[in-house]
Design a protein. Structure first.
Ligand code: PEP
Ligand code: MN
Length: 686
């Protein structure tokens, strides 16, 4: 009988034991470090103004860490890499200490694109755990678009979408969604992508005939895949989806490139690690919400902007100059074409800084004067702080906050300055429509009938306006009449006639938009959209016009104060559209001798308060042809940037506002009176 052989001891066992012990200690030491970090966070939290990030301290930590590592025979590069992770995590711990968010009283729902185990789902889980202690439910959706629909529809509280990758660059579909939909960026996450090759349990690498993955992942592992002879690449919708699909194949001939987590969660074997061409591969994700959030002022923040410039020489340089003058570091700039206006671009810009800090808020205010469209997409904690940069935290102030909330009226009223002398600067970014310039140094005449009545009528009116020196044609197609029985306008047909008349005489056309539903048709036919006095308080309409890419003439409501007019303008500006022209058209007072009382003083008052161009409508203020010319002259003398005046080829036949419509002769007379005033002001008739 044989005695069982005593197993020979593996000489590696004690060494492995030592490694396991060291690992355990590493974990304990890290936990100890992070615990101390949290305590530091607590102390910082107690001070409402002390910045969270102490770059000097981080620099010292790094120096001694590298020195210690080298004295132990470790490479400096390796030590720095480990420290980067440790410091990032430490910073995030302190940030989450400060950022304690109130729960919603229920689980927070976050959506991402992909299936379980996708890089997006890992990034979402990590970010949400850092942001809040509240219970979070994370759900995968098939497409980016579906995430956005679920978010806007209220099914989700947040959506986390990848916006750029350190190798592949910008993710266009996500940028497009952010641009087109009403989304706000409230946080970001940087997630390291580490691909592995995974296969069916037990199947060897040599059995592989094809490898599935997202096309970007296949490209990122190009060199490795080329080394696998005879193995085909199969593009798949998503890396984790590819991992899941491997199980459905009967044999072990299909592998997937995915994250280690995805491989583990689908029970796959890991066949190879470190397979990507680039060592560092990171994806930047944006956390999107339905409404903006204001981050704690002590956090180092980023502000994301979207702007469109007018097509003038040097406009991009000017806009970037405003940012650089504020001392704000630009971390990303990207342009996106606009299909509806070929060769014009939207710019996505990320800058370091809190949107409510004095410097950045000031820059945003100034940017408004040189952009046709400007939207603050969000201000959120920056997760990409570089250790090599010294950061001076520009703390937000209550005054700066006002700048964001009410950009329009914020320019400080100049003390007792003469009218016109102290206007906030608009000269550099004056609004141009066709050949006309609205703003400092110019005077514009818009004229035409109250309503478009027929093609011959509006064509004749256009001829009249052109002959008189007018440069834009007005005409209502949708009329807001006091009586429901009065002529309501020709609607869509009127828009077509107006456009045709404008085309024949090379006059950009202005027409009123009454409802949100009419916006697309009016945008398609008109060069300038008018919001009538009765609609100045229609905030839903104003908000929608904030998203439109056409200039808007905003008329003062009949009983609106100057401040209310400016706040109404703010609704349009806040939505992004910076091309707003204010219009004084008379207000309702006890006086009944005129249709309304023209508030001439509003012109110099507005000039003090805003960079927006100001025009005057003497027609609706007067309601009487004979009074229109003197009021027009008064408006010009008061410093208006232009006039909008009703004129009709045959006023006696006009279907609407016939009493106030100027004749051809009146129009010529008015222009003759205006020219010397405009010239005396040193303005160009444009
Ligand atoms: C108009 O300009 O046609 C008009 C209706 O004016 P308001 O909105 O100022 O009354
Ligand atoms: Mn009218």
């Amino acid at each position: 009988m044989e005695t069982p052989a005593t197993p020979t001891p593996d000489p590696l066992d004690p060494v492995r034991q030592e490694i396991d012990d060291a690992d355990r200690q590493l974990i304990q030491i890290l936990a100890r470090r992070f615990d101390a970090v949290k305590r530091v966070g607590g102390v910082k939290h107690a001070s409402p103004t002390a910045p969270l990030l102490d770059t000097e301290r981080e620099r010292r930590v790094q120096a001694s860490w590298v020195q210690d590592a080298e004295s132990q025979g470790l490479s400096a590069a390796f030590a720095r890499r480990i420290l980067r992770e440790v410091l990032n995590h430490s910073r995030r711990l302190q940030e989450s200490f400060i950022e304690t968010r109130q729960g919603l009283g229920r689980a927070i729902k976050v959506g991402y694109q992909g299936v379980k185990g996708a890089y997006s789902s890992q990034a979402a889980a990590h970010l949400m755990a850092m942001r809040s202690k509240a219970e979070t439910r994370i759900a995968g959706y098939a497409t980016f678009q579906e995430v956005v629909e679920a978010l806007l529809g209220g099914e989700l509280d947040y959506g986390l979408l990848p916006v750029e990758n350190s190798i592949g660059g910008s993710i266009l579909d996500v940028n497009r969604l952010i641009c087109d939909r009403d989304l706000h960026i409230v946080d970001e996450e940087i997630w390291g992508v580490e691909h592995v090759l995974a296969g069916k349990p037990g199947a060897p690498l040599s059995a592989l005939k094809s490898v599935r993955s997202h096309p970007a992942a296949l490209t990122q592992c190009d060199t490795f895949l080329r080394g696998l002879e005879g193995v085909e690449r199969e593009p798949w919708f998503d890396t984790a989806g590819a991992a899941a699909s491997v199980l459905d194949v009967a044999d072990g001939s299909v592998g997937a490139i995915c994250s280690e987590e995805a491989a583990i969660s689908y029970g796959l074997d890991i066949l190879a690690r470190g397979i990507a061409d680039q060592d560092r591969n990171e994806t930047r994700f944006l956390l999107l919400a339905r409404s903006p959030e204001t981050p704690d002022p002590r956090l180092h923040c980023k502000t994301s902007l979207l702007f469109r410039l007018n097509h003038h020489e040097g406009s991009l340089a000017r806009a970037l100059g405003v940012i650089s003058a504020a001392g704000a570091n630009l971390t990303r700039i990207e342009s996106r074409p606009q299909p509806e206006t070929p060769w014009e671009y939207l710019f996505f810009v990320d800058v370091e800084g809190h949107a409510e800090s004095p410097a950045l808020a000031g820059a945003l205010h100034q940017l408004r004067t040189c952009c046709n469209h400007l939207r603050v997409l969000g201000c959120y904690p920056s997760r990409t702080v570089r250790q090599d940069r010294h950061l001076d935290l520009d703390l937000p102030t209550p005054e700066a906050k006002l700048d964001i909330v009410e950009v329009c009226p914020v320019a400080p009223p100049a003390p007792a300055a003469p009218a016109g002398a102290s206007r906030p600067d608009r000269t550099k970014g004056a609004l141009r429509i066709g050949g006309s310039t609205f703003g400092e140094g110019h005077f514009v005449l818009i004229s035409g009938p109250c309503a478009v009545e027929s093609l011959p009528q509006i064509v004749e009116a256009a001829r009249m306006v052109r002959a008189a020196g007018g440069t834009l044609l007005r005409g209502g197609a949708f009329k807001p009449r006091t009586s429901p029985y009065a002529f309501q306008g020709l609607g869509l047909e009127g828009l077509r006639f107006l456009k045709e008349a404008g085309r024949q005489f090379d006059l950009p056309v202005v027409t009123e938009v009454l409802t949100i539903e009419d916006i697309p048709a009016v945008v398609a036919h008109a060069d300038v959209l008018q919001v009538g006095a009765r609609n100045m308080h229609n905030f839903a309409l104003l908000k929608e016009l904030g998203r439109v890419d056409k200039p808007v003439i905003l008329k003062r409501g009949m009983s609106a104060t100057v401040k209310e007019l400016l706040l109404a303008a703010e609704y349009i500006l806040a939505g992004g559209n910076q091309q707003v022209i204010l219009c004084e058209r008379g207000i309702r007072t006890f006086e009944t001798a005129t249709r309304a009382t023209l508030d001439v003083s509003s012109v110099p008052v507005l000039r003090r308060l805003t960079h927006l161009p100001i025009i005057v409508d003497p027609s609706h203020a007067a309601g009487d042809r004979e009074l229109v010319i003197p009021l027009a002259l008064a408006a010009a003398a008061a410093g208006a940037d232009g006039l909008i005046v009703e004129a009709h080829p045959k006023p006696e036949e006009a279907l609407c506002d016939k009493e106030q419509a100027l004749t051809r002769e009146d129009l010529a007379l008015m222009v003759a009176g205006l020219r010397p005033i405009v010239a005396a002001q040193g303005r160009a008739w444009s």
